[in-house]
Write a protein that binds this ligand. Structure first.
Ligand code: SF4
Length: 447
């Protein structure tokens, strides 16, 4: 159970000495309650207070980082069971599986795909996260050579190394430097050797057991062995078992009923027998790393789209950067259309403008991602914002006319915008689908 700020305050030394960086103990307590400070910042806490506060103010699921460099990813630190309660924070890493029994050409093709493939949706570049290399050859030497080849081809892709034999992992890790690959997996039989490897190379470690008791015991053993960055593989025999176990883990972790289960969950979608369905359910039902055979283009785009949708904050609309955007090659007499920086509005309008084949400028103003109707109602879209944006983005030097097309839903502001800017305002249609017709008829009649 999370503590409230006043409960936390009662446990603080109340010296108001500012050594934690906050002006008072109460402000420090408020930060702790919001998960925005670390208990260790106060040097005067006794051990008992530290352990109570540490256990209740840390996120219930540990943050684990995989890889280094620009393609590293973080998972965990989730605080809710359902996205609508707040938000999900760290999207699952989607990792393409290769085997050291495949040819080097096949492995190179998958590596290139993960390295280069980008799918742009609502202004965001979506990518897969890495390569999982599995030791199916049974040879430590072949496994190490395969890992070395992948590392050589692209050292910035966080890899997952999958091997039952700690000796094979040890041979492969030699080629990973300080790269922090995710190691799979410690079991009841090999956890001592796996922990020693994870500790030596600073790697996160997956533990694998098919029961909650088995996972809890392995967490205790591995943390006692000095490895804190763990992930849980509930070893599902099918997709139903995964959903049931991952949901149980999430519930017990979020409520802090079983703190030992407070780690991100690992799913190997290719072992469930229903890979595409496992991708969907894994993203929705709490998998933090999903290993899969390379996906066909359709399921690949669907998975990236779903992940983006589930892991956007429902309270924060996706936004575009405000500015002046060009559609085609607009000249000095091209129309200027003003609209808001809600991504969906931008891309919908941009699509219809492109199909109209009328080169033009889009002036995108900062309404904090609100749609036109909401921004007008909330007072976020105003004549001063439009006036300042025209100046800030140098629109006057781009065109010789002084006519501005505003969205139909912003019509109540038309008079005020004219007064504030000195530009003639033309009220466009409410429905973006009608903008082509508007430009061909109304705009052309403006002379
Ligand atoms: S360091 Fe501790 S005692 Fe000092 S102000 Fe911060 S919380 Fe209070």
């Amino acid at each position: 159970m999370a503590l409230k700020a006043l409960d936390i305050y009662k446990l603080l030394p109340k010296k108001n000495c500012k050594e934690c960086g906050d002006p008072t103990c109460l402000t420090f307590a408020m930060k702790l309650a919001g998960g925005k400070a670390d208990v260790d910042l106060c040097p005067y806490l006794d051990d008992q207070a530290k352990s109570i506060l540490g256990a209740t103010t840390r996120p219930p699921i540990r943050l684990v980082r995989v890889g280094v460099g620009e393609r590293f990813f973080k998972v965990g630190e989730e605080t809710v069971l359902y996205r609508h309660e707040k938000t999900f924070y760290h999207p699952p890493g989607i990792v393409f599986r290769v085997s050291d029994a495949q040819t080097s050409d096949e492995i190179a093709a998958v590596t290139r795909r993960v390295r280069d493939e980008t799918f742009t949706r609502v202004g965001t570049d979506l990518r897969f996260n890495g390569i999982a290399i599995e030791n199916t050859s049974g040879s430590a030497e072949i496994f190490a050579k395969t890992v070395a080849a992948v590392e050589q081809q692209q050292a910035h892709l966080p890899p997952v190394l999958i091997a039952k034999d700690p000796a094979a992992l040890s041979a492969a890790l030699v080629h990973c430097g300080s790269y922090r690959p995710l190691l799979h997996a410690a079991t009841g039989e090999n956890y001592r050797e796996m922990c020693a490897l994870a500790k030596k190379h600073g790697c996160p470690l997956v533990i694998r057991a098919a029961t909650m008791d088995g996972l809890i015991q392995l967490v205790k053993d591995c943390t006692a062995g000095g490895v804190q960055d763990l992930m849980l593989d509930p070893a599902p025999e099918n997709l139903g078992a995964f959903i049931s176990r991952s949901t149980q883990i999430r519930q017990l972790a979020i409520t802090r009923s079983v703190p030992e289960l407070g780690y991100p969950v690992y799913l190997d979608a290719s072992l469930t027998g229903l890979q595409d369905a496992a991708m969907v359910l894994g993203i929705v039902k709490y998998a933090s790393v999903i290993v899969t055979s390379p996906l066909m283009p359709g399921p690949a785009k669907a998975s990236l789209t779903l992940r983006q949708n589930i892991y956007t904050d429902p309270q924060k609309p996706i936004q575009m950067n405000p500015g002046l955007y060009r559609v085609g090659n607009p000249g000095k007499d091209a129309p200027v259309l003003m609209t808001v920086n809600f991504s969906l509005t931008f891309f919908t309008l941009q699509g219809y403008l492109e199909s109209s084949r009328v080169p033009c400028f889009m002036l995108i103003v900062d309404t904090e991602g609100l749609s036109v109707l909401t921004a007008v109602a909330a007072g976020k879209l105003s004549e001063t914002l439009v006036r300042d944006s025209l100046k800030k983005f140098g629109v006057e030097s781009e065109v010789t006319h002084r006519k501005l097309i505003i969205p139909g839903y912003a019509s109540p502001l038309s008079g005020r915008i004219e007064e504030a800017t000195g530009w003639k305002v033309l009220v466009g249609p409410r429905d973006a689908a009608e903008i082509g017709e508007f430009l061909h008829e109304e705009w052309k009649n403006q002379g």
